[in-house]
Design a protein around this ligand. Structure first.
Ligand code: URA
Length: 208
């Protein structure tokens, strides 16, 4: 499945503001939500519609509504929380499944420390959100959890992605589409994305 880098002017502009070293927590948070809303618009553009007859101001009218499969948004703790309202602003009826992953220092693999999936996840589109796709190890683990829970249609939204992370996810889960505001240059020796955003969790929560 292709990775979608959404190069809309509004996204480019807002992401440029987010890259400033002196950005405040408030501005970073707000921009993260705004970019997420714009990515959500793209990531949901093929949702199936159905006709519905309603009574309009001038009498009966046929309108459309989203049919069939509904959405569960899956923020990966902690930084994914910073994108959650951006999705819910556009899809207020979406259910939220929460996933906490941490690095197991012995195996160096991502380990699940918290998982609360909605019960009907098998009938929903799982939309995983995490601001930074760096090495891809936590995202691969998150997709594993969703698939094990029965989720059959999974998409990922990240603000910034490194090519290394995209490749890792694509190799492990070729059926999963990634939506991102930017594919950046790559990872530095510390595993940060360059030019990236720095530590997105710290910037969203103000823990810097
Ligand atoms: N996590 C972040 O918050 N930033 C990076 O650049 C990589 C991982």
């Amino acid at each position: 499945m292709p990775t979608h880098e959404i190069r809309h002017p509004l996204i480019r502009h807002k992401l440029g503001l987010m890259r400033r070293a002196d950005i405040s927590t408030k501005n970073f948070r707000e921009l993260a939500q705004e970019v997420t809303m714009l990515l959500t618009y793209e990531a949901t553009k093929d949702l199936v519609l159905e006709d519905q007859e309603i009574v309009g101001w001038a009498g009966p009218v046929t309108v459309q509504r989203i049919a069939g499969k509904k959405i569960t948004v899956v923020p990966i703790l902690r930084a994914g929380i910073g994108m959650l309202d951006g999705v819910l602003n556009l899809v207020p009826s979406a259910k939220v499944s929460v996933l906490g992953l941490e690095r197991d220092e012995e195996t160096l693999k991502a380990r699940t420390y918290y998982s609360k999936m909605v019960p009907d996840i098998a009938n929903r589109l799982g939309l995983i959100i995490d601001p930074m796709l760096a090495t891809g190890s936590s995202l691969v683990a998150a997709i594993d959890v969703l698939k094990t829970s029965g989720c059959k249609d999974i998409r990922v939204m990240v603000l910034v992605a490194a090519p290394e992370g995209i490749k890792r996810v694509a190799d492990a889960h070729p059926d999963v589409e990634i939506y991102t505001a930017s594919v950046d240059q790559g990872l530095n020796e510390q595993g940060y994305i360059v030019p990236g955003l720095g530590d997105a969790g710290d910037k969203i929560f103000g823990s810097i």
